[in-house]
Design a protein around this ligand. Sequence first.
Ligand code: BTN
Length: 258
Amino acid sequence: MAPLLTGKRFRPERYHYYPLLDSSNQQAALLAQQGADEGTVVVAEQQSQGRGRLGRPWSSPAGINLYCSLLLRPAIAARHAAQLTLVAGLALWHTAQEWGVQGCELKWPNDLLLQGRKAAGILTEMRAEGEKTQYVIVGIGVNLNGGRTDLPPELQAQAIHLAEALPAPIERSRFLAALLQQWETWYDRYQTSGFAPLATLWQQAARLPGRRVQIRLAEGSFAGEAVTLDADGCLLVKRGDGMLTRVVAGDVTLLGEG
Ligand code: BTN
């Protein structure tokens, strides 16, 4: 997979392709520790231990999907690093739009859904010293060209590939180049103005306000109505009793329209 890299961060000399990795996030972290620059991109054709959020595995067969990790060295406080997941979501959603995939939406904090099923996920990992961010790895896995039988049985009902909404397969290196270009745009906007101006755009791509959601937190679950994303990227949810809860980290299930 050899994308045409023309951005100011993502240059050919910072592009690392591997036929097989345990995890592209793992490899990107290794390169980061060896001093690699912001804009380093790691792509794996296949991952033996692809990882998702909350310790879940990420199914990573060869030949059909995209598994990539971006190394960033942003001058942001460590507590803001999770916002980069949301920035990546915007880049992904716009790439899918640009490709003509109809019916995509974001799900807080890290999913791209197509027809209500998961087509892509983002795993952001970081190293910090105190509040100072050393580096951030944004790992993006996109189901592109497979079909139902390419998914593990337990995911067949809840996952999907983007090309299932298109008449032809998606050329992976072109998709990656488009994604990196979108990333440049959204990351530049984020670095210039912070997350607050992006929050409205993000919630539009998630069709957020008014959605019924189930929130699973470490300390328990509750249902409510998604109200908005705040300027920090946290999800505000109104519970049945009218109380507003600010969700900083959690797992969301969409329950349908409110
Ligand atoms: C999730 O939805 O839980 C996040 C999934 C992230 C998967 C990608 S694939 C490329 C990168 N390498 C990994 O091991 N994980 C991320």
